[in-house]
Write a protein that binds this ligand. Structure first.
Ligand code: NOJ
Length: 564
């Protein structure tokens, strides 16, 4: 296998439109703002934009609660603006993926407005309604954003399921009308010319009809995941979607999948199965979690990260395809998480980029990652806007008694708002994001960390990411090479090898803040070329001394020239 495909050779850039660029001064990013920045993205060299949801939404969960799939969120602009964006992007050779959020809708979607009216409404079975027992919810699941996953609706005296907020009722995928309604909508966008979908929590759509209780105490945050993820008919539904819609277009698809394992992912992404192109798994995002899930400040232990990444690199080789990401709108900034966002911010941001971009898979860059943007620390809880952060604070501090300072420490580490502060374009008042009041405050470090400064500096994180992208276009080994982990137990260094035809790469990344002397047993690096590094390399490649967070990539070609 290992067929060549454009989406394997592409680099995707994720835009969170609310925080990217505001063109009309209302403090909220918009589609016209994105159009203004297409040249910036072209300069960076990315191939595909993934837009987080742009559809009509009451914004209970910043657009992941959709009230009309075929309309644009007012704050973001109009359908004409979207058409212009698609046109401009295509004219510059950039493709566009939309976020497909169809595990749930908003409670303000017309399907739900109808559904809740009466038990015999034609839309009743579009959602998951159950009677409670003895005045209690149908089972003990706790929603992902806190509180029970069932909401009692007085209109008909029954409960509806919402794995996320009460304003995000789950669709009933067992109803063929729901599935075909979604397929029609997907075709409508694809016929407009979009280039694919990122599918929100798509492996949660098939629920076990028995709705068994969750194992833990009940009503724990997201305790339903092990029961709901990869449910009984998930492969039937994805195959049907593929047959009805995806297979008819030359597009790319990536499914966001909590609790997906490599074994599952082989099935979801194998070319023979005709489901999706790749998935987003969360295993590497779990290396620094603790007893309250991600709300903790445990430091990652490098061998754990290496073990997870390696499992996916080897497990999908020739059997599926990986997505590669450190960041997205739900995760803290990687330089603050796995690097050092103070003294070694630039080198560690570059090291992390190197470590990820030389693996096999399609890399995703989240807005601002290419600048080494960092986490935010808001003094006041009220400065946080994310429903998950605010609900979690309420649950842990107000309900369960965790001290305020402890929870704030975790919020500084893990809040989704770390990723959602506005893009830092320049050093002006609101970082060039808006001329108005931004919907969420800008990180004060935009004075030093910003795009306009970095574009001019050849040594910037921006220009380093640009080179990472250029290299991928030039060396097939970066896209198609086989991966092998070297020195697995090394607690400071991530060292791996890629091979493809006559090409070999050795990637050495230091996660340590001190120098590390290093000899790579069994490899002669003396006559190897250095493709990229985040420091000038001064040693002779035989007696290597790695500087703090150093990354270097060695390249060898048997015939002494590059395979084209
Ligand atoms: C995953 C999305 O990435 C996240 O932002 C959202 O809150 C949930 N799915 C619910 O749609």
């Amino acid at each position: 296998m290992n067929y060549k495909m454009w989406w394997k050779e592409s680099v995707v850039y994720q835009i969170y439109p609310r925080s990217f660029k505001d063109s009309n001064g209302d403090g909220i990013g918009d589609l016209r703002g994105i159009i203004q920045k297409i040249d910036y993205l072209k300069e960076l060299g990315i191939d595909v934009i993934w837009l987080s949801p742009i559809y009509k939404s009451p914004n209970d969960d910043n657009g992941y609660d959709i009230s009309d799939y075929q309309d644009i969120m007012e704050e973001f602009g109009s359908m004409a603006d979207f058409d212009a964006l698609l046109h401009e992007a295509h004219a510059k050779g950039i493709k566009i993926l939309l976020d497909l959020v169809v595990n749930h809708t908003s409670d303000e979607h017309v399907w739900f407005a109808e559904s809740r009216k009466s038990v015999d409404n034609p839309y009743r079975d579009y959602y998951i309604w159950k009677s409670g027992e003895d005045g209690k919810a149908p089972n003990n699941w706790g929603s992902s954003f806190g509180g029970p996953a069932w909401e009692y609706d007085a209109e008909t005296g029954m409960y509806y399921l919402h794995l996320y907020s009460v304003k995000q009722p789950d669709l009933n995928w067992d109803n063929p009308k729901v599935r075909h309604g979604v397929y029609d909508m997907m075709r409508w966008w694809l016929d407009k010319g979009i280039d694919g979908f990122r599918m929100d929590v798509i492996n949660l759509i098939s629920k076990d009809e028995h709705f068994p209780d969750a194992a833990k105490g009940g009503h724990e945050y997201g305790d339903f995941y092990p029961i709901v993820a990869n449910g009984p008919k998930i492969h039937n539904y994805l195959k049907e979607m593929n047959k009805e819609v995806l297979s008819k277009y030359d597009i790319m698809t990536v499914g966001e999948m909590p609790m997906v394992t490599v074994e599952h992912a082989r099935k979801y992404t194998s070319e023979a199965e005709n489901e999706l192109n790749m998935v987003f798994h969360f295993e590497h995002m779990g290396v620094d979690t603790g007893e309250h899930g991600r709300w903790c400040d445990r430091k990652m232990y490098l061998p754990d990260l290496k073990a997870v990444m390696t499992k996916w690199q080897t497990g999908l080789y020739n059997e599926g395809w990986n997505s590669l990401y450190w960041n997205n709108h739900d995760q803290p900034r990687v330089v603050s998480r796995f690097g050092n966002d103070t003294a070694y911010r630039e080198v560690s941001a570059k090291m992390l980029g190197t470590c990820l971009h030389f693996m096999q898979g399609t890399p995703y860059i989240y807005q601002g990652e290419e600048l080494g943007m960092t986490n935010i620390k808001f003094e006041k809880l009220t400065d946080y806007k994310d429903i998950d952060t605010l609900n979690s604070y309420h649950q842990f501090v107000e309900v369960e008694g965790m001290p305020h300072d402890e929870m704030m420490r975790y919020i500084y580490k893990k809040s989704r708002d770390n990723a959602r502060t506005p893009m830092q374009w320049d050093d002006s008042e609101h970082a060039g994001f808006t001329t108005g009041e931004p919907w969420i405050a800008v990180n004060p470090n935009h004075k030093t960390i910003n795009a306009s400064k970095q574009m001019e500096d050849p040594d910037s994180v921006f220009n380093y990411y640009k080179r990472l992208i250029e290299l991928r276009k030039k060396y097939p080994v970066i896209v198609y090479g086989q991966y092998e982990l070297l020195d697995p137990d090394n607690v400071d260094l991530y060292v791996y090898k890629r091979t493809y035809k006559e090409e070999t790469l050795i990637i050495i990344c230091s996660f340590k803040e001190q120098e590390v002397p290093y000899a790579l047993d069994g490899y002669d690096l003396e006559d190897a070329e250095i493709l990229i590094s985040n420091y000038p390399v001064e040693d002779d490649n035989a007696n290597i001394v790695l500087k703090p967070y150093e990354a270097r990539v060695y390249y060898k070609h048997d015939q002494g020239h590059i395979n084209k």
